[in-house]
Design a protein around this ligand. Structure first.
Ligand SMILES: Cc1ncc(COP(=O)(O)O)c(C=O)c1O
Ligand SMILES: [Zn+2]
Length: 396
C-alpha cells in the first residue's frame, strides 16, 4: 500500500445529539445513551482512496484504510467476499440481476468478522485488556478469534441455547464462555452489570464505535464490485441492524467523497416473524421499536428483541424508500434448501430469510424484473447444524 494511505479519522460524534468525543481513547456510548459514530476528513480521504489506488491494495476490508479507524488492523483476511450472480434462483423469482453477497466466506464464517476486526484493532491500540460481548453466536466466535490473534482475553456471554458450533469455536479460541438462561438482551444486561467489577471493555453492538466501521465496508465493496455503481435494492437480515446502518453510513461517506450521486439503494430489512420489532415499527410509522416479548426463531442472529440503533435503522429504511418484511422459520428453512440446491450456497437461516423477502417483494412488483438486487447471506450454514437438521428432516 502506498505510504500516503492512512486513516483520516478525526473524532467521534453522537448519532442522536451530535456531541463530539475524542477517538484516541476508549469510548462506549454518548452521555445521552446513544451510539457514537466515527467521523473522517473525507476530503483528505478522497485524495488517496481512488478506484485506481484500490487496484493495488490487499484483498481485505482494510483496503479502505482512509475511512477505517486505525491500521494495521488485527486481521484474519476479512472482507472482499464474493458477489455471486444467482442466475437459476433469479429465473425462478423473475429477477435477471439477482446477486448474493456471500459473507459466509469470512473468517469464522460470518460478516461479524468485519466488525470485530475493527473493534479489536481499536480496543488493543487504546489499551483495553479484557473484551466482553453479549452475542447470539456469530459475533462471539468472531470476537474470540480476533482476541486470540491480538493476544487479548475475551469473555463471551451467550444464551444457553446458542448453536453448539458457536460455543465450541469460542472455547477453541481460548475465550471464556458464560451461558445465560435468556436472550441476547439478558446477556447484554449481564455484561453491563459485570463489566466494571471484572474490568471488561464492552464491545456490545453499537456500544463501542468501531464494529459499525468494519461492517460498513460491505457498502464500499458493493460499489467496487459493481464497477463504481450501487445496486437498486439491498436485502439485509436485521437483528441489531449494524450492517444496515453501516452500509447506509458508507453510502453517505461515498457521496461526500464524490464517488456517487445522491441516489441510494432501497434498503430492505428482513426479520423473523417470531421477533420482528423493526418490521412492526416500520409498519406503524414509529421512529423507534418496542421491545418484542417472547422472541423466538431458529435464526439466532435475528433474535434481538430490542435494538439500540432501532431509530437509525428505521430512518435509513425510510430515507431509502425501503421496506421491512418478516419471514417465518418454515419459510427460511425452505428458502435455505432452495439457495443450496439452486446456487450451491449453504446459508445461515438469516441469509435464507433474504430470499423469502425478495420473493415476496418481487411478487408484489415492489422489485422490478430489471432491477439489480443484492441479498446478503450473512453467515455460513455450516454452523447451523440444528437448523439444517430441521430443514432436511422436518421439525420432528
Ligand atoms: C448470521 C447473522 N445474520 C444477521 C445477524 C444480524 O446482524 P445485525 O446485528 O447487523 O443486524 C446476525 C447477528 O448475530 C447473524 O449472526
Ligand atoms: Zn448523544
Amino acid at each position: 500500500m502506498p505510504a500516503a494511505a492512512r486513516s483520516t479519522i478525526t473524532h467521534l460524534e453522537c448519532s442522536a445529539c451530535r456531541k463530539t468525543y475524542a477517538h484516541d481513547r476508549l469510548q462506549n456510548l454518548c452521555s445521552c445513551g446513544k451510539p457514537l459514530l466515527a467521523r473522517y476528513d473525507l476530503e483528505a480521504a478522497a485524495r488517496t482512496l481512488t478506484r485506481e489506488a484500490l487496484g493495488g491494495r490487499p484483498a481485505t476490508m482494510w483496503r479502505y484504510t482512509e475511512v477505517l479507524p486505525g491500521s494495521p488492523g488485527v486481521s484474519l483476511g476479512e472482507g472482499l467476499t464474493p458477489v455471486v450472480h444467482a442466475c437459476r434462483l433469479g429465473e425462478r423469482l423473475g429477477l435477471r440481476k439477482l446477486y448474493i453477497k456471500d459473507e459466509g466466506l469470512n473468517p469464522t464464517g460470518s460478516f461479524k468478522a468485519r466488525g470485530l476486526s475493527a473493534a479489536v484493532t481499536q480496543a488493543k491500540a487504546l489499551g483495553a485488556r479484557v473484551l466482553a460481548i453479549p452475542t447470539a453466536g456469530n459475533a462471539g466466535g468472531a470476537l474470540a478469534a480476533y482476541a486470540a490473534q491480538a493476544g487479548m482475553a475475551a469473555v463471551i456471554v451467550m444464551p444457553a441455547d446458542t448453536p453448539a458450533a458457536n460455543v465450541m469455536e469460542c472455547r477453541a479460541f481460548g475465550a471464556e464462555v458464560r451461558k445465560i438462561a435468556g436472550l441476547i438482551s439478558d446477556c447484554g444486561r449481564y455484561v453491563a452489570e459485570h463489566k466494571e467489577g471484572e474490568g471488561w471493555f464492552d464491545v456490545s453492538t453499537l456500544k463501542e464505535p468501531y464494529r459499525i466501521e468494519g461492517k460498513k465496508t460491505m457498502g464500499y465493496e458493493l460499489w467496487e464490485q459493481f464497477s463504481g455503481r450501487l445496486p437498486d435494492v439491498i436485502v439485509y437480515p436485521t437483528g441489531g441492524g449494524v450492517g444496515l446502518i453501516g452500509m447506509w453510513k458508507a453510502f453517505e461517506e461515498m457521496e461526500k467523497m464524490g464517488w456517487t450521486g445522491s441516489g441510494r439503494p432501497r434498503m430492505v430489512c428482513v426479520q423473523a416473524a417470531g421477533c420482528a420489532p423493526i418490521v412492526e415499527a416500520f409498519q406503524r410509522g414509529g421512529e423507534s421499536a418496542e421491545f418484542w416479548p417472547n422472541a423466538a426463531t431458529i435464526a439466532a442472529g435475528l433474535r434481538v428483541p430490542k435494538a439500540l440503533g432501532d431509530f437509525l435503522i428505521l430512518s435509513a429504511l425510510r430515507a431509502s424508500g425501503g421496506a421491512a418484511v418478516a419471514a417465518t422459520d418454515e419459510e427460511m428453512l425452505a428458502a435455505g434448501r432452495e439457495l443450496a440446491a439452486l446456487e450451491g450456497i449453504y446459508a445461515a437461516p438469516e441469509g435464507a430469510a433474504t430470499l423469502v423477502a425478495a420473493r415476496k417483494l418481487a411478487a408484489e412488483h415492489w422489485i422490478q424484473p430489471e432491477e439489480t438486487v443484492v441479498l446478503f447471506n450473512t453467515g455460513t450454514g455450516y454452523k447451523y447444524s440444528e437448523a439444517w437438521e430441521k430443514a432436511l428432516n422436518g421439525p420432528g
